[in-house]
Design a protein around this ligand. Structure first.
Ligand code: NAP
Length: 319
């Protein structure tokens, strides 16, 4: 009889239909989310455990890493890793992997979906038809704005930011970007000042990493520079936008519209955003397609298998 390798799984992968079953089939999984006292569970079951699987949502704190003296690899589902204490892992020599690239296209597609839904009032129009407004009201919904040929600003020109930019060519858009570093491998103009990029852009898409380094990067000043005709789109992380400033800018008309997949205090969404017809809201579904979720699951498991086979994960987080 072969004994299964024991791993710790921090949370249940509700957004990835077969991940729990695949892990349970091949490994002796300590399902941490089922224990009311995690610390006690790690003390009881963590001895000898060298791999922990998690996600950007479930994270992995320094306390958890400390509680697992034999830990060598953290394999995460998702590309963001701001909830994993990378420094604590590095101090202990623990490798961390994420699932980059496989979700890039779907997140970029969703950014475009949000942009067009906002500009052409698709969500508003859908509500209008469903609630019987069409026919009762003379005319139709307020006019939207053209997307093709407009100015697209991208904040964070990484994997997803570049995929968003590439799609801009199909809409004849002029694309510029801001990030900490200018890139030499892209055909888009770099703007060193985020406020100036916002002043220039019709649509400003946020595609940076999350975490303390980007918290409230999209400030009141940036939102007001984008202006009454401008649209902010966020598919990155909620806290990158100062949500209080966003609500105020929309209410005062200093910002035109917003289209958001992520929020500062998910799943809480401010009532003021829900009540505003110039806002499109989605429940953090950037990567939520069958194809992409399957590939994220595969890559997380491949990282785990590669670590166990070779001692090295395939897609390490490098900071
Ligand atoms: P990536 O390739 O690492 O790109 C991140 C970009 O952010 C880089 O270009 C980086 O450029 C820029 N950046 C970092 N700090 C910055 C700062 N302070 N100011 C301006 N730019 C900054 O990551 P990715 O694969 O494109 O993913 C981006 C993010 O998308 C993820 O981290 C995750 O949070 C989010 N995401 C969301 C969903 C969803 O469901 N909505 C799904 C997947 C991913 P510099 O280093 O030059 O600044």
């Amino acid at each position: 009889m072969t004994t299964k390798h024991r791993i710790i799984q921090v949370g249940s992968y509700a957004g990835s239909p077969t991940a729990n079953a695949r892990l349970a089939q091949d490994y002796d999984v300590v399902e941490l989310w089922k224990y009311p006292d995690r610390k006690a569970a790690l003390a009881e079951h963590g001895k000898g455990v060298d791999v922990l699987v998690t996600s950007a949502n479930f994270g992995c704190t320094a306390e958890m890493i400390d509680a697992l003296p034999d830990l060598k690899a953290i394999c995460s589902w998702g590309v963001g890793y701001e909830t994993i204490d990378i420094q604590a892992a590095q101090r202990r020599g623990v490798q961390v992997s994420n699932t980059p690239d496989v979700l890039t296209d779907c997140v970029a597609d969703l950014a475009w979906g949000l942009m067009i839904a906002s500009a052409r009032r698709i969500a508003y129009g859908d509500r209008f038809v469903r609630t019987g407004g069409w026919g009762q009201v003379h005319g139709s919904i307020p006019l939207g704005s053209r997307v093709s040929g407009k100015k697209l600003g991208i904040v964070g020109l990484g994997r997803i930011g570049q995929a968003i930019a590439r799609r801009g060519a199909g809409f004849d858009m002029d694309v510029r970007y801001h990030s900490r570093n200018k890139r030499d491998d892209v055909p888009y103009a770099y703007e060193a000042s985020l406020v100036e990029l916002a002043r220039w852009a019709d649509f400003l898409v946020v595609a940076t990493v999350g975490g303390p380094g980007t918290r409230h990067l999209i400030s009141r000043e940036v939102l007001e520079a984008l202006g009454p005709q401008g649209t902010i789109i966020n598919i990155a992380r909620g806290p990158v936008i100062d949500e209080t400033a966003l609500v105020e800018a929309l209410q005062s008309g200093k910002l035109g519209s917003a289209a958001l997949d992520v929020f500062e205090h998910e799943p809480k969404v401010p009532d003021a955003l829900k009540a505003n017809d110039n806002v499109v809201l989605l429940p953090h579904i950037g990567s939520a397609t069958y194809e992409t979720r399957r590939e994220m699951e595969n890559l997380m498991i491949e990282n785990l298998q590669a670590y166990l086979r070779t001692g090295k994960v395939i897609t390490p987080v490098t900071e």
